[in-house]
Design a binder for this molecule. Sequence first.
Ligand code: 4AD
Ligand code: MG
Length: 460
Amino acid sequence: MKHTDIIDIFKNSEYIGNRVTVCGWVRTSRDSKNMAFLELNDGTSLKHLQIVIDKSAMGDISAFMKLGTSLMIEGTVVKSVVAADSVEINAESITVLGECPPEYPLQKKRHSLEYLRTIPHLRVRTNTFNAVFRVRSVVSAAIHEFFQARHFVYVHTPLITASDCEGAGEMFRVTTIGFDEKNQFKTQEEYDAADFFGKRAALSVSGQLEGEVAAMALGKIYTFGPSFRAEKSNTTRHAAEFWHVEPEVAFAELPDIIEIAEALIKHIINTVLEKCPEELKFFDAHFEKGLIEKLESVAGHSFAVMTYTEAVERLKNCGEEFQYPVEWGCDLMTEHERYIAEKICKRPVFLTDYPKDIKSFYMKQNPDGKTVAATDLLVPGVGEIIGCSEREADLDKLLDAMNKRGMTLEEYNDYIALRRFGSVPHSGFGLGLERMIMYVTGMQNIRDVILYPRTVGSIF
Ligand code: 4AD
Ligand code: MG
């Protein structure tokens, strides 16, 4: 259908005085004696386009006035009567593309985010989700721009895998064996052997292991795709299916990868500040007061760096009562992570050198014998958004860490071989796209930055 995007009409003053065709859904409507007014949204802009109808020239307008109705409108672009810096359309002809009955759930009142979660097929038509998904799209493009400009190769790692990267036992099993067939197997081994791949398979929690394979040939790579985690934790920042950005860089030690991570986060923020000013104003007004100022400040200052050991000392002495007590060696909870970022550092912080026992097998062991060259990026409001480490490049040390964890080495033959054939220092990280979106929009719940969120006990 030949028509003009509403965003273009707002952005280019050349349209003033011209006839255009626009399409969209009615967001508000107002009827007065001689005139009627519609606000139309076609998804290209957060702001609606006002349509002015001269009732004497249009006949029966009742079909155009119902919220949610889709219309095609021909008319002339004119300067807005009320807002000097905006434009509106004097309608000349209006066609109903799709009617919308009064039981349409998105009537004019403000709906709670909780209610909107029950109608994921319609909530995208609200201002909030219009803004969220445009920011999500801009952030995704910015991630590709960042890596492509720096000679990273975009690789696609498998989503179905036979090995567990994080070793946390939180994988979704992939099987074709039905409920009624299960009983014929006496052991797990028999079951696995009879299954589609002839061995146990699962959805990948991370593309890192295959990413390392690619980096050992292509030097700098990144993946950007879905990861899956069967974490039973029902929180505001865990989803069973999330989008994962994972660069892997050869010839890079921990400080090198930290530099890349900080530059990526700043590039994302600067891009959103530049390309989504309307959306950020909206989030600043409705979801996080001071959001724009926060983002500008984060983009303009260096991030903090602090060791885990120092952070634990500071948490123990800060006088705050935490739900979970802190001791050296414990895994930090969201409350601790947020306290460190929000109260101690007051900005994003790379927490480094975690105890080796709470981290994954692949992390480079530090000379102290107790910690690993790993870092999490913690940000105010969200907590961890990046998990990062230098990888153990030494074959014996890697095997030792795997054996201590009781891992089945045969499942990791390829990975281990990388340490035998021209091993090099290398590092990488994983950024959770949804947590990044939460950070730049101020949205508080991961369910509100995903089109169809999948969380424990809930799938629409
Ligand atoms: O810290 P994680 O578990 O690290 C890894 O998976 C490494 N293999 C990454 C790497 O070095 N290539 O996960 C990385 C990030 C987290 O910091 C978080 O932002 C996100 O992935 N994440 C989740 N996001 C939403 N829901 C979940 N259940 C998530 N689990 C991890
Ligand atoms: Mg982590």
